[in-house]
Design a protein around this ligand. Structure first.
Ligand SMILES: [Zn+2]
Length: 402
């Protein structure tokens, strides 16, 4: 091989010895050491005591349309500086790696735009290799816990893998950065977060938004002496939709057993009733108002849903309390059993509901987070690796600057 070719500048410390085309038309490039002394893999000092040589087959980036394999002689050192017996340090391969750093960098770009499965197909590397590269990339970016200056939190749970298990996500309420994600939703499960936050960090927490009916509030009170628990609108309204609006809709459909046409309209109205009014198209809005006009019970629960939201938009706790009392009275007058049950249960959470007048939370952000986690879950599904999934969530919510 000519000198110019053998000294290609891609593999520092090595020269090209030969290049052959293999049966599958990939290229196998054999390297040989250049004249410089090897560098100890442990102490990074140059050292000439070589104890043995082993050849390693390493994949590099493709060259034109060919896959490229390198046959690299790797020296094992008997270092006279640090006494270690380790493989030499090579600037373009990570320790024990079977791909070059150049290829790794390329894969790190690809995984940001394509699913792991596709990158594996494209590069003809095992998906596990690709996943590990992506995992390590994310770990480098988000592995370390930091919660500097955080004083308001949002806690939420979401289902893992077909809903059999749960996980908890904790965010900075102001920047919407994901601070922590952990498996399960028990008090014990979220305790590590407060331990990471530390006594000082916990002392700075002034408000924590969450859903009702969780174990979070007790744990928050235990660790954060100054924190006010706030129940957010998104969860309460979603619950009202499930427990009251939907219940009444089904009851009403059952009442109309002898009128199949009317019954069908109500049975199919689930989405229409649960959806935010401002998200409906013009013809859907017309359909909804026709439905509400025709059915008094549905009209009542729909009104109750709208009025319930207003409590969260009260400018003060005092006004919030006035709206709450008015809403509660409306519920009791409605004589709708699911609504009455709901209101009685909700009463226990009143303090945390009215606290939203002091600690404003943008509930639509929480709703967005919820939806985005579902999308990530679909994409990461199949790995069955929670740690990887959690890093993906952190990566999706880097937060806006303070
Ligand atoms: Zn050394």
């Amino acid at each position: 091989m000519s000198n110019a070719m053998s000294a290609l500048p891609f593999w520092e410390g090595f020269r090209v010895d030969s290049c052959v085309e293999r049966e599958d038309s990939s290229l196998l490039i054999s390297l040989t050491e250049s004249d410089s002394a090897p560098i100890c893999g442990a102490c990074h000092q140059s050292c000439s005591l070589v104890h043995e040589r082993r050849r390693r087959i390493v994949r590099d980036r493709d060259c034109f349309d060919r896959k490229v394999w390198l046959d690299v002689p790797i020296r094992r050192m008997d270092c006279h500086h640090c006494g270690a017996r380790v493989a030499e340090h090579i600037s373009w391969i990570d320790r024990h790696s079977r791909i070059t750093r150049r290829l790794r960098n390329w894969i790190e770009v690809l995984v940001q735009i394509l699913p792991v499965k596709h990158v594996a197909k494209l590069t003809e590397l095992h998906w596990h290799t690709i996943k590990t590269i992506d995992y390590q990339r994310l770990e480098r970016l988000h592995g370390e816990f930091s919660a500097q200056g955080v004083c308001r939190l949002v806690m939420d749970e979401f289902a893992l893998h077909k809903g059999h298990r749960y996980a908890t996500v904790i965010m900075d309420a102001e920047t919407m950065r994901v601070l922590w994600v952990g498996e399960d939703k028990t008090r014990k499960a979220i305790r590590p977060f407060f331990e990471l936050l530390g006594k000082e960090g916990c002392g700075q927490i002034e408000a924590v938004a969450m859903d009702m009916n969780t174990a979070f509030d007790l744990e928050v009170r235990k660790h954060c002496p100054h924190a006010e628990v706030v129940y957010d609108l998104f969860h309460v309204v979603a619950r009202f939709g499930r427990d009251v609006v939907d219940r009444v809709r089904v009851d009403q459909a059952n009442v109309l057993r002898t009128q199949p046409a009317e019954r069908r309209v109500i049975k199919r109205a689930r989405w229409l009733l649960l959806r935010n009014k401002d998200k409906l198209k013009a013809e859907q809005a017309v359909k909804l108002s026709e439905l509400l006009e025709a059915n008094a019970a549905l009209a009542t629960v729909y009104l109750l849903k709208t009025e319930l939201k207003e409590i969260w938009f009260a400018p003060s706790v005092r006004e919030g309390f006035r709206r709450w009392r008015q809403w509660y009275r409306l519920v009791m007058e409605s004589q709708l059993k699911p609504a009455i049950q709901f209101a009685r249960r909700l009463k226990k959470y009143l303090r945390g509901i009215l606290a939203s007048a002091i600690y404003r939370m943008n509930s639509s952000i929480l709703e967005g987070v919820n939806n985005k986690i579902k999308v990530i879950k679909r994409m990461a599904y199949g790995f069955r690796d929670s740690a990887y999934f959690f890093l993906k969530i952190k990566h999706a919510f880097p937060g806006k600057p303070r």
